[in-house]
Design a protein around this ligand. Structure first.
Ligand code: 5GP
Length: 272
């Protein structure tokens, strides 16, 4: 059965900044994702220029989810509705719009972050049941994907797996983008459309730096903040692919648990 979220899926990510496109670095190869440079050995690893911290909007992430339920899929949470941006990842990027990926480093080991897990389950959830790809031709947890793809490329600023997850959680709690938007009047709604420029301005006013936004149709899917290597705010500047750009007016869909029946979900979708 096609779920409501699946039917509403509109593959069109939009964004605020200009996509520069892919470029190549000697001795690296690009993956299928334009801009991604797979780094195969440590002597190919050129140090990154800045960090991009990416947050996901649950209401949109669940519209794009396959609607399947399992314990790891946050879209199926019934007890606590997801009302805030959650964490996608911290990404080391180059100023030219490309980024290194899968740099050599230690493989993900969940035991290294056991003290962070309860917080991560809440604020860094996965939005589907499928495993994510890791950097070793296999699959694993969403956290494994983020650490292996981006963590070792963040060296020497980020030293190890624990440092990666701890740093991201600290940044997430320090910069509450949901609260910044709420204070400016941008709250979850299934009928309101908000000017993209207003959302960008609210973030700029709070942090004195321009974020990047990615949409799925007109729904905000990701909000990204950028930092220098010493974690001072900077403009994101470089871009996301054209299919990810946001229109002039965007929405912040409410979170609807996939654990709900279709009738219930439809009723909520119509709610003002
Ligand atoms: P992932 O979940 O694989 O980390 O990222 C999902 C999507 O976000 C990618 O397909 C790509 O479009 C974008 N993305 C991933 N990593 C980076 C990055 O380091 N920099 C930028 N600008 N975009 C990224």
């Amino acid at each position: 059965m096609a779920s409501l979220p699946a039917r509403l899926k509109i593959q069109c990510i939009v964004l605020v900044t200009l996509w520069i496109g892919s470029s190549s670095i000697a001795d690296t190869s690009t993956s299928s994702d334009l801009g991604e440079l797979l780094v195969k050995s440590s002597n190919q690893q050129r140090e990154f220029d800045f960090f991009m911290l990416s947050f996901l909007w649950p209401g949109t992430a669940c519209l794009s989810s396959d609607g399947e339920c399992c314990p790891s899929n946050a879209c199926c949470r019934r007890s606590s509705a997801l009302t805030e941006f959650t964490i996608h990842g911290l990404w080391p990027d180059y100023n030219d719009g490309t980024w290194p990926a899968c740099c050599p480093g230690k493989r993900f080991n969940i035991k290294k972050i056991s003290t962070l897990l309860s917080t991560m389950k809440k604020y860094w959830p996965s939005y589907n049941c499928e495993s994510s790809s890791n950097c070793h031709n296999g699959t694993g947890l969403f956290w494994e994907h983020e650490w292996e793809k981006h963590g070792p490329c963040s060296f020497p600023v980020i030293r190890d797996e624990y440092d990666y997850f701890r740093t991201v959680l600290n940044l997430y709690f320090k910069y509450n983008v949901t609260e910044v938007l709420r204070e400016a009047g941008y709250v979850a709604s299934n009928c309101e459309k908000y000017p993209l420029g207003g959302i960008v301005s609210a973030i700029e006013k709070a942090y004195h730096a321009t974020p990047a936004l990615a949409c799925s149709g007109d729904a905000v899917e990701e909000l990204r903040l950028c930092f220098s290597k010493d974690f001072k705010f900077r403009d994101c500047g470089v871009e996301i692919p054209p299919e990810s750009s946001c229109p002039e007016y965007v929405s912040l869909p409410k979170f609807i648990s996939s654990g709900l029946g279709i009738k219930e979900a439809k009723a909520l979708k119509l709610e003002t």
